[in-house]
Ligand binder design. Structure first.
Ligand SMILES: Cc1cc2nc3c(=O)[nH]c(=O)nc-3n(C[C@H](O)[C@H](O)[C@H](O)COP(=O)(O)O)c2cc1C
Length: 190
C-alpha cells in the first residue's frame, strides 16, 4: 500500500512505485487532495498519469470501502511517501479520517510494517511528539535524508536512493537500486 500525501517530494512516490512495479509487487495507491496539488506543482500532469498507471489500483482518498480500509485484507507493508505533518498527525492520533489515515491505522493495529517518509523542516515539538507516538506504536519514521556517502551522481540518483531505502525499511528489497555500504570506502553498485 502506497499513500501519497501533500508534503514536498512527490518524486519519491513516483520512484518508489517504479521500483515496486519492477519488483512485481502489487501497488494499492491513494493520493490525498494535498498530494494532488504537490504532484501538479512539482511534477506536472504527466507524472500524475504515470502514478495512476503504476498503481495496481488507484483508490480515491475518500474511499473507505476500499479493501485496504479493513484489516482482513492482507498487505505486506504500507509506506506513506512523502508523509506530510498533517498525515503524520492523523496517523499518530488514529483519526481514521480519509483512506490514507485509515489504512495506516489498520496497518498499525494489524502489526504490519508501516513506513513514514516524513518531510518537513524545521520541526516543532508537535511534529516530534507525533513521530515519537507513531514510533512507539510500531511505525518507522524515515525522513528523506540523502546518503551523501553513496557516491550520488545527480538528483535523480539521490531520489532513487532515498526511495530504495524507504522500501528497504519496509522490508522490500529493490535489488540493484539500493546501493549498499560495503564497510570500505568502495560503494557496491550490485
Ligand atoms: C508546494 C507545497 C509543498 C508542501 N510541502 C509540505 C511539506 O514538505 N511538509 C508538510 O508537512 N506539508 C507540506 N505542504 C502542506 C500540505 O500539503 C498540507 O498541510 C496538506 O493539508 C496536507 O494534507 P495531506 O496530508 O492530507 O496531504 C506543502 C504544500 C504545498 C502546496
Amino acid at each position: 500500500m502506497v499513500g501519497i500525501s501533500g508534503a514536498s517530494g512527490a518524486v519519491l512516490a513516483l520512484e518508489a512505485l517504479r521500483m515496486l512495479e519492477e519488483m512485481r509487487i502489487e501497488r494499492y495507491v491513494t493520493v490525498t487532495p494535498g498530494a494532488e496539488l504537490t504532484i501538479g506543482h512539482e511534477l506536472g500532469a504527466a507524472a500524475r498519469e504515470e502514478i495512476r498507471s503504476l498503481a495496481t489500483r488507484d483508490l480515491a482518498p475518500s474511499d473507505l470501502l476500499a479493501p485496504i480500509a479493513s484489516g482482513s485484507f492482507e498487505i505486506d507493508a504500507m509506506i506513506v511517501v512523502p508523509c506530510s505533518m498533517r498525515s503524520l498527525a492523523a496517523i499518530a492520533y488514529g483519526t481514521g479520517e480519509g483512506l490514507l489515515a485509515r489504512a495506516a491505522d489498520v496497518t498499525l493495529k494489524e502489526r504490519r510494517p508501516l513506513v513514514l517518509v516524513t518531510r518537513e523542516a524545521p520541526l516543532h515539538e508537535g511534529h516530534l511528539e507525533a513521530m515519537l507516538k507513531v514510533t512507539r506504536m510500531g511505525a518507522r519514521v524515515t525522513p528523506p535524508v540523502p546518503p551523501y556517502y553513496a557516491g550520488l551522481e545527480d538528483l535523480d540518483d539521490m531520489n532513487r536512493q532515498i526511495a530504495a531505502r524507504a522500501l528497504a525499511t519496509a522490508g522490500l528489497d529493490s535489488g540493484t537500486h539500493l546501493r549498499r555500504w560495503t564497510g570500505s570506502n568502495v560503494i557496491s553498485r550490485r
